[in-house]
Design a protein around this ligand. Sequence first.
Ligand code: F6P
Length: 347
Amino acid sequence: MRIGVLTSGGDCPGLNAVIRSVVHRAVVDHGDEVIGFRDGWKGLLECDYLKLDLDAVGGILARGGTILGSSRVQPSHLRDGVERAKGHVEELGLDAIIPIGGEGTLKAARLMSDSGLPVVGVPKTIDNDIAVTDVTFGFDTAVGVATEALDRLKTTAESHQRVLVVEVMGRHTGWIALHSGMAAGAHAIVVPERPFDVDELTRKVGERFEAGKRFAIVVAAEGAKPRAGTMEFDEGGKDIYGHERFAGIARQLSVELEGRLGKEARPVILGHVQRGGTPTAYDRVLATRFGWHAVEAVHRGEFRADDRAAGHRHRDGVVGRGRGDAEDRAGRSVRRGGVCSLRPPRP
Ligand code: F6P
């Protein structure tokens, strides 16, 4: 078989582990040929690729980022994108494409699959919010980075008797905020799933100072918002791909809390440091399993009508097939595999 792999959307620790796993399973165990498209769907649209053999993936398991490069370009962004991609798949004699990506990538995967291309998706995001799988690789690494940062921030906050509002990634969901905040013992956590009450938050932080404590740490997922009408709030806008570009919850909330509490407050934005660097052992293992199962799905011919994405389901506790018509725990419907509906879970 000839398989094409690509990594698209924001990068994520563990992407290289998936690529390596696909090559090991496909090339070594099945005798397949694997090619990798450069910079996501862009590489497929422009027929820009490289051969992926064992040498090409040597030593990449622990490396962050993606050796293939990534971009946010989707075939649907171009009028003739899908047709062009189809043409290149035929030209290159590909039996399957394995796109590794998040929300936008998997939507594109569905589009491609609907147009008759053999696609098996691999879900990816540090945000841990893709419905086809209970857990995504990259999340564990991001939580570790955020937790370490919070531990460090506590000592400086205490020295200066400040409130630090720490913004972590999470556009639609607060998994990173919740896990890192709990792990580091944050004093308040605000998440996108539930607009927060500024009065209640102010009271909580204020009570801490009244009790003699010298600092407070508030963790805010970047997509968190105050309850409408409770404080002036700029939500920001959208970027050229339609993704939220937030105006900054940490900055706005720290100004608000400083004004209300009369205590010095500072925003800290962790940003892309959460996506960089070497993946944890957990993420390497999960990513490796996803890659292995994606190749297996390709060999079982599980594409159209029965589309699949590699995923991890709590039901059987193993990486397996994400059934297209399944409902996940949060009740988010998973359309067809690799092409899941990515609504934020309800609180
Ligand atoms: O979806 C992953 C993610 O890291 C989000 O948490 C974040 O909002 C977004 O990507 C940032 O994207 P970019 O790299 O385009 O700024």
